[in-house]
Design a protein. Structure first.
Length: 133
């Protein structure tokens, strides 16, 4: 069995994939960055080689769409309501945001504001930030 080789972008119905060799799968996902991919619900990957996934939340009563966005080179956003806006940055969890290149935010309501930062939520719900050296 040989692998399938695809020389074009791929998208599911209701999604949009306009970047070179980009991939959008799910409901209303968008991949405009070359070599990017978006999976889930209403997520956007606009940076080159970026990816976003998730965007769907169940609060115990209703399902809520809270999309993610990865906007810069090699950025990654996953979970719900996350945003990665720095080269090679990574945000994960709920309502996390990275603004600096090479930064990482995870947990709940955490963010980084400069290059090479790391931010996470502790088990008690407090946010801790550290600079990488």
């Amino acid at each position: 069995c040989s692998p399938i080789t695809i020389w074009d972008s791929i998208q599911s119905s209701g999604s949009s994939s306009t970047g070179i060799l980009s991939f959008s799968f799910g409901n209303n996902t968008i991949s405009t960055g070359d070599f990017s991919h978006s999976i889930g619900v209403s997520n956007i990957s606009s940076g080159k080689a970026s990816n976003s996934e998730g965007g769907f939340y169940f609060n115990g009563v209703v399902e809520i769409i809270l999309p993610n966005s990865a906007t810069t080179y090699s950025s990654h956003a996953e979970g719900i309501l996350t945003m990665s806006n720095g080269q090679a940055s990574h945000s994960e969890g709920i309502n996390t945001k990275t603004y600096g290149d090479f930064s990482h935010a995870e947990g709940r309501k955490t963010k980084t504001g400069r290059k090479g930062c790391f931010s996470l939520t502790t088990p008690r719900g407090r946010s801790k930030r550290r600079s990488r050296k």
